[in-house]
Design a protein around this ligand. Structure first.
Ligand code: SF4
Ligand code: SF4
Length: 343
């Protein structure tokens, strides 16, 4: 039994960057209790963001390491058994993908993400969490995509290889604002669970105050590929009503596209730009941003990172992985006019 957590970076649970260890502990305890024969072992695992190679530190700081004290439970990276190269005629963006053998071979996988905003994909939930089953180079290839829609398709390429058997989302405290690394913890008080990842993500989007989840490129891509329900009416929601899901005043990620009516979002993609911008006062010149940039657009020739705007594909990986928040997210002038969110 594999529990695919979200352990993006070595961040303490109270930052809401990673799935809270208490949620993972609850899942693991429930699995062990149901396995009355005692012949189940549980592995809690994830691949962190590219630059976090010290898995001991990762699991210690996220609070997950302590779960290894539970009988039958171990905690470790998803990469411990290597990867397998998957070629799939159904892929739309990637030619092939290197996926964790540990993930591919799991007899049963419970996908356990955190409810978070995401500056690139707007929301991070079940489908996005499975992106972490791919190796660094595959994820970088996906981030080289020319548009948000193509990145979404690349994420669905990877998700489709081996969908998880069950999904449990930690939305007790989620993240709003500029997630998935630098947003703000937001008390929500929900755990959202279900067999179909897209159905669960649909509920997640409604919690995040999206009236039309299908307008989000990642959701649209998943719906188009038939990985789950195409509309709310196909989802059997238990334990809550749709109307009571939205977390009042939930702050979506930065970006004018979020503020546009659905019917012109597609047209506006080429004009409305969201780009990285450096706040030198916060920069500690660690060069993580240079390391994660999938198109080598960042130079370390000076004291601070310099972005080659011609090369930059605006994937915002540098923002996501910057440990200090120095690589901020900025909208261009048109985006500001549309949304009033320039910063
Ligand atoms: S912007 Fe962030 S990641 Fe890049 S060098 Fe500065 S502190 Fe490091
Ligand atoms: S500079 Fe940042 S946003 Fe631009 S391509 Fe590199 S990582 Fe992506």
């Amino acid at each position: 039994m594999l529990i695919k957590t979200n352990a993006l970076s070595p961040s303490p649970p109270e930052t809401a960057v990673t799935t809270h260890p208490k949620i993972i502990e609850g899942i693991a305890r429930e699995v062990m209790a149901r396995a009355s024969g005692g012949n189940v072992s549980v592995r809690v695992a994830d691949n962190p963001g590219y630059v976090f190679t010290d898995s001991d530190q990762l699991f210690r700081e996220t609070g997950l390491a302590g779960l290894a004290a539970l009988p039958g439970v171990c905690v470790g990276p998803l990469s411990d058994l290597g990867t397998r190269l998957i070629s799939n005629d159904g892929f739309r963006v990637l030619r092939d993908a290197r996926i964790s053998a540990r993930y591919l071979d799991a007899a049963y996988c419970i996908n356990a993400p955190k409810l978070k905003t995401h500056v690139e994909t707007e929301m991070s939930g079940c489908i996005k969490n499975i992106f972490g089953s791919a190796d660094t180079e595959t994820r970088k290839k996906a981030h080289r995509s020319s548009s948000q829609a193509r990145l979404a398709d690349a994420i669905v390429d990877i998700f489709s290889v081996r969908p998880p058997e069950f999904n449990i989302v930690d939305a007790v405290v989620g993240m709003e604002g500029d997630g998935p690394s630098h947003g703000t913890p937001r008390q929500i008080g929900l755990i959202i669970a279900g067999q179909n990842a897209l159905a669960v993500d649909w509920v997640l989007c409604r919690v995040m105050c999206y009236s039309d989840p299908a307008s989000i490129p990642l959701m649209r891509a998943a719906i188009d590929r038939g990985v789950g329900p195409a509309s709310e009416s196909e989802i059997a929601l238990n334990g809550a009503d749709w109307d009571e899901l939205p977390a009042a005043g939930f702050r979506k990620s930065t970006g004018a596209l979020r503020a546009l009516p659905t019917f012109i979002r597609g047209l506006a993609h080429g004009l409305v730009k969201i780009t990285p911008g450096l706040d030198e006062a916060l920069c500690v010149s660690c060069w993580v941003c240079k390391e994660v940039c999938p198109v080598d657009a960042i130079s370390d020739a000076g004291r601070y990172p310099l972005i080659d705007r011609k090369k930059c594909v605006r994937c915002l990986c540098c923002h996501e992985m910057c440990p200090t928040g120095a690589m901020a997210v900025r909208n261009n002038v048109l985006a500001s006019l549309v949304s009033g969110t320039r910063r």
